[in-house]
Write a protein that binds this ligand. Structure first.
Ligand SMILES: Cc1ncc(COP(=O)(O)O)c(C=O)c1O
Length: 377
């Protein structure tokens, strides 16, 4: 009997390298499970890899978005341009502060906003643009950067998918000094801490503001407070720090990041080589040379839902990322027509994509997809 190759039943999954349990065991006995020296080392490791002066680690990608918006002063009455085709977290971070999401349409080939779709969405109240780096691909807003800056509009990237990617001819995602970048390190992301995230501040003052916001508005490190009877609270604050337990996992994952990035690129290229024979199936290009792919998404000319059901019935881990946000009840007040998003949202299908898969896994998925497409034609 033919055996099923690894990982095809899951759309996404973390990879465990082996050192994570020992790293946790080293932290556990100390009892300091909140932010601590291991978190600081993780921040330094991230800064090193991205070649940036500083990184502020937080407890999720969602927290990173909340803090970034707050740190640059986005608040009630402001508009933030965001694509509808993203995870709810991007939009919830905007609406939570009484800010309005202004949904922008996307390029059907990249599933991300473009300079033109951003310009089309601007309003007199727009204070920030939040591009989402779908699938890990960098979004280049270079052509409208000056226009945005002249209007006092900040760029806050939702780079949850894009850790390790690079802008063609430019720096790594996160290293652009004019953009405030937010990463997610949840279990299925390119880099994981179990749960976590990070913001790449653009200057020391922004780093300090973010550190204060992430931990109750208190900036003195814990050791500096030892033996004191008081501490200073300098502003609003949350409890969004990254625990040493998560940071310990992150440090092990970071050691293996180059290897994981290579596996992801290889898997994506294997799909790229195997898919072209399929009628009515179009691979969404992630620009694999510059990107560490987070997913592998195709667009189907017809009957996406039926193909999805057939593959699920064969225990193939397909998924749809994402149901658009502008048609969700929670975001009805900000609905606007987005023709490309609406068309593409009915066509996209995410194929199983994670580092435990092999070339055989990819071929197995493609063969099942070919059958499903043929049977629904
Ligand atoms: C595009 C996007 N933005 C934000 C997030 C939120 O990240 P987290 O799950 O770490 O809060 C995610 C992750 O699920 C995401 O995919």
């Amino acid at each position: 009997m033919e055996t099923t190759p690894p990982g095809v039943e899951r759309n996404a999954a973390p990879i465990i390298h082996g050192g994570e349990a020992a790293a946790l065991e080293a932290v556990l006995p100390g009892g300091q499970w909140g932010h601590g020296e291991v978190t600081d080392r993780f921040e330094a490791g991230l800064a090193d890899l991205l070649a940036v002066p500083d990184v502020v680690a937080v407890n999720s990608g969602t927290s990173a978005l909340h803090l970034a918006l707050r740190a640059v002063g986005i608040g009630p009455g402001d508009d933030v341009v965001v694509p509808s085709l993203t995870f709810a977290a991007s939009v919830q971070a905007i609406t939570f502060g009484g800010t309005r999401p202004r949904f922008a349409d996307i390029d059907p080939d990249t599933l991300a906003v473009t300079p033109d779709t951003v310009l089309e969405a601007l309003t007199p109240d727009t204070k920030a643009v939040m591009p989402v780096l779908y699938g890990g691909r960098a979004v280049d807003l270079g052509p409208i950067r000056t226009t945005l800056a002249q209007q006092g509009i900040q760029i806050i990237e939702d780079a949850a998918h894009a850790f390790g990617s690079r802008t063609p001819g430019g720096p790594m995602v996160g290293a652009d000094p004019d953009t405030l970048t937010c990463f997610s390190f949840d279990p299925i992301k390119n880099l994981t801490t179990g749960q976590g995230g990070a913001i790449i501040p653009r200057n020391p003052a922004e780093a300090e503001a973010l550190r204060s916001l992430r931990l109750f508005g208190i900036v003195q490190p814990k050791d500096a407070r030892a033996g004191l009877t008081s501490y200073g609270i300098q502003g609003p604050g949350l409890r969004f720090d990254l625990s040493q337990l998560n940071a310990a996992i992150g440090l092990v994952q970071l050691e293996h990041f180059t290897e994981v990035a290579g596996i992801r690129r290889h898997l994506w290229r294997t799909y790229q080589a195997e898919l072209p024979g399929l009628d009515g199936v179009h691979l969404v290009d992630v620009d694999v040379t510059h990107t560490v792919p987070f997913n592998c998404v195709v667009r189907l000319d017809r009957r996406r839902d039926e193909v999805f059901q057939r593959l699920r019935a064969e225990n193939i881990g397909v998924a749809v990322h994402y149901p658009p946000n502008h048609t969700q009840p929670a975001f009805a007040p900000w609905h606007r027509d987005l023709p490309v998003t609406e068309r593409v949202a009915a066509e996209i299908l995410g194929l199983p994509f994670h580092p435990a898969m092999t070339d055989d896994s990819v071929r197995f998925v493609v063969a099942a997809l070919a059958r499903a497409v043929k049977e629904t034609a």
